[in-house]
Design a protein around this ligand. Structure first.
Ligand code: NAD
Length: 256
């Protein structure tokens, strides 16, 4: 039988107020995990309340900018005090700025790298610190993207693609570094998922949606729920010997 039970464990989810992070948080709560949502949005507390009401687990939400290392460390300490030391991490905080590379400003480039790569590192670092200090096992799932493997067309996003390729190798690097402490680290690389992030791109260029779908063998974009089973698997003991891997979940996009 597959052991996906997360009762007695706390899961921290960055970017958890909406989209993929929120959908995964609900699925982790359905497996019994207590939930801490961390997000820039001030709806994060309300999102946590919805999870607490729906699943009867303990949940709380806190505003956090993951690019702030001190604030990220403090937030993880607060989770340990209010719930318990997080043994599951999902890093879903991320942004995308599209545009021709020739026009990208220093500020735009740095912002994408800062949130997607540096913020993911700070989150994983705070997570690992809590586990190492208390000698607990844990599992981190970092969200990269198929954009770290291939170059999406027809829109251009060199900063996003580069940041996601780096997240994948960050994940592998931490996995090897922490393996002997029983901390597993894997990344998932989604294809196109319909969330606010992609909806905003489609709103600006509506013709992109049909173009993207025409390139996906399964013939549709993912919903956030399409990703939840994989993350629950990676977060739980069902995947106890799996670390340092990136799993692409893209409806077949990168297979052709
Ligand atoms: P989303 O915009 O719905 O959610 C991202 C969340 O991250 C938001 O709630 C946002 O407030 C939060 N966030 C942004 N910057 C932050 C910061 N500095 N500190 C804390 N929180 C911050 O987008 P989503 O589609 O759910 O994306 C989640 C993750 O999945 C992102 O890393 C994204 O790059 C990745 N991803 C998305 C897709 C897709 O097609 N939607 C595909 C591959 C990978």
């Amino acid at each position: 039988m597959m052991d996906t039970n997360l009762k007695g464990k706390t899961a921290a989810i960055t970017g958890g107020a909406r989209g993929i992070g929120f959908a995964v948080a609900r699925s982790l709560a359905a497996e019994g995990a207590d939930i801490a949502l961390l997000d820039l949005l001030d709806t994060v507390e309300e999102a946590a309340q919805r999870i607490e009401d729906e699943f009867g687990v303990h949940a709380f939400g806190q505003r956090l900018d993951v690019t702030d290392q001190d604030a990220t460390n403090t937030a993880f300490e607060a989770i340990a005090e209010r719930l318990s030391v997080p043994q599951v991490l999902l890093t879903a905080a991320g942004i995308e700025i599209n545009g021709d590379s020739i026009d990208v400003t220093a500020a735009q480039w740095r912002k994408v790298i800062d949130v997607n790569l540096t913020g993911t590192f700070f989150s994983a670092q705070a997570f690992g610190r809590g586990l190492l200090a208390s000698d607990l096992p844990g599992s981190a799932v970092l969200i990269s993207s198929m954009s770290g493997e291939i170059v999406n067309v027809p829109q251009w996003a060199a900063s996003y693609n580069s940041s996601k390729a780096a997240v994948a190798h960050l994940s592998t690097s931490l996995a090897v570094e922490w393996a002997s402490s029983d901390i597993r680290v894997n990344s998932i690389a989604p294809g196109y998922v319909l969330t606010d992030l992609t909806q905003q791109i489609i709103d600006r260029e509506p013709e992109l949606e049909a173009d993207w779908i025409s390139r996906i063998p399964q013939g549709r974009m993912a919903t956030p729920q399409d990703l939840t089973g994989l993350v629950v698997f990676l977060a739980s003991n069902a995947s106890s010997y799996l670390t340092g891997q990136q799993i692409i979940i893209d409806g077949g996009y990168t297979s052709i």
